[in-house]
Design a protein around this ligand. Structure first.
Ligand code: ARG
Length: 466
């Protein structure tokens, strides 16, 4: 950063220099320089429109366009000198443009304010960020669904209250993850609809009297339409809040998935072994292999929620129209986008690193009299009212407990003490395989249904546009 006092582009009415403390306090360029590509794209669209309405000559437009392109190249090569005294990305680029091309550069900001400029940049940035996150989510979902198809018949315990409840298939469990992510994806696409409108032309707040064509710049920037009200266009950041909210919820989902992986990796569960590339050791306990990656994903959920809170609080009680408070929106917004993308990408890579212990999963599924409900259903299908069947099976479970056996390990004669209708075919119902196979309805855990649901999910993923 240059140290010398810069003349401010807005300095006309000022005679004294900015206080040294304020200079760094109000500068945002360290954060918002990330918007340079979108800023330049917005400026070129605006300049083209200025040419069309006669504010710029063709030569002036060409000078502006090529000047901005060389600035973009310099930024990308790391050869651009950012200056805190010029506050933000917008004024840095504009000042440099004028330094390079002379008077034509001074005309670029006609009929525009940094207020509509920054709102435009943010929307262009967020549109890209959403597309990138959606593509990453699709890749993660594809990995999950393919694994679900491969594990459609893998038995594991299903839990309620983290107590073994009824057997399910691992494929079914994975498809539940996919359902959560499918809604997250839909929320992001829906948010994109409201992101994708152009605030450009709102100018400072009241629009411009110079005969601007907002539809032209909107079309040029591939926005689906224009913000209908200039005051609203430059002031509201609800589109960023919506995105942060969608990310917060996505991160909640990822934290749930991460928590399950952490549990499954513990020796108490022993369902999953994570490959060395996705675990870390302990500096003191030589035997340790920790699932830090999953823990970090779980932990990063906190950042996403902090960001959402920050954006909501930033907007709260702001009077119309633009207020400088909004400069504070970049850090949380960028962080939410970066965090979500990183977590989704890491998860996609982590998934194939999960080695399942099928034997441990099946054993755990069979413990805890997990097919007791199946015995009750068996009695129901032989005419017993469910409450009576429930009672009889409860007694049978008590009998098995006292004997130190599982319900499914009791002899036929022992079971028949509790209901005379029980026959030899009861053992099909009592087996974990029988239990999952019986749940063959829509949304059920039966292997055949899981395979079918995985195929349908893959088809939905393939038909996505992003
Ligand atoms: N850096 C500012 C922001 O991010 C740009 C807009 C400044 N507008 C103003 N009137 N000071 O919000």
């Amino acid at each position: 950063m240059r140290k010398k006092q810069q003349k401010k582009p807005w300095g006309g009415r000022f005679s004294a220099p900015t206080h040294a403390l304020l200079e760094s306090f109000s500068a945002s360029v360290a954060v918002d320089r990330r918007l340079y590509r979108h800023d330049i794209r917005g400026s070129i669209a605006h300049a083209r429109m200025l040419m069309k309405i006669g504010v710029l000559t063709e030569d002036e437009f060409n000078a502006i366009e090529s000047g901005l392109k060389t600035i973009q190249d310099d930024i990308e090569r790391g050869a651009f000198e950012w200056d805190d005294a010029l506050e933000d990305v917008h004024m840095n680029i504009e000042a440099q443009l004028t330094a390079r091309i002379g008077d034509a550069g001074k005309k670029l900001h006609t009929a525009r304010s940094r207020n509509d400029q920054v709102a435009t940049d943010m929307r262009l940035y967020l549109r890209d960020a959403i597309d990138q996150l959606c593509a990453a989510l699709t890749a993660l979902q594809r990995a999950i669904v393919q694994r679900a198809a491969a594990e459609a018949a893998t038995i594991m315990p299903g839990f309620t209250h983290l107590q073994s409840a009824q057997p399910v298939t691992f494929g079914h469990h994975l498809l539940a993850w996919n359902e959560m992510l499918e809604r997250d994806y839909a929320r992001l696409r829906d948010c994109r609809v409201r992101v994708n409108v152009s605030p450009l032309g709102g100018a400072a707040l009241a629009g411009s009297g110079l005969g601007i064509d907002r539809e032209m710049t909107a079309a040029e920037l591939e926005f689906a339409g224009v913000c209908r009200n200039s005051l609203d266009a430059v002031s509201d950041r609800d589109f960023a809040i919506e995105f942060a909210a969608a990310v917060a919820l996505l991160m909640v989902h990822l934290s749930r998935v991460a928590e399950e992986i952490v549990l499954w990796c513990s020796s108490a569960f022993g369902f999953v072994d994570l490959s060395d590339a996705f675990t870390t050791g302990s500096s003191i306990m030589p035997q340790k292999k920790n699932p830090d990656v999953a823990e970090l994903i779980r932990g990063k959920c906190a950042r996403a929620h902090g960001n959402l809170s920050a954006l909501l609080m930033l907007m709260k009680a702001q009077p119309l129209a633009y207020n400088r408070d909004n400069q504070e929106d970049k850090t949380p917004l960028f962080d939410s986008a970066d965090t979500a993308l990183a977590c989704v990408e890491v998860f996609t890579a982590l998934l194939p690193a999960m080695k399942l212990n099928h034997r441990r999963m099946r054993e755990a599924a069979a413990r805890g009299h997990a097919t007791a409900t199946d015995l009750a259903d068996y009695l129901v299908s032989r005419g017993a009212p469910f409450r009576e069947a429930h009672e009889a099976v409860g007694k049978a479970v008590g009998f098995a407990e006292a004997k130190g056996a599982q319900l499914a390990e009791l002899k036929l004669a022992e079971l028949q003490q509790f209901n005379a209708a029980i026959a030899a075919d009861v053992f099909d119902a009592l087996s974990v395989e029988g239990s999952v196979a019986a749940r063959a309805h829509t949304g059920g855990t039966a292997p055949a249904r899981v395979s079918e649901a995985a195929r349908a999910a893959l088809k939905r993923l393939s038909s996505r546009s992003a």
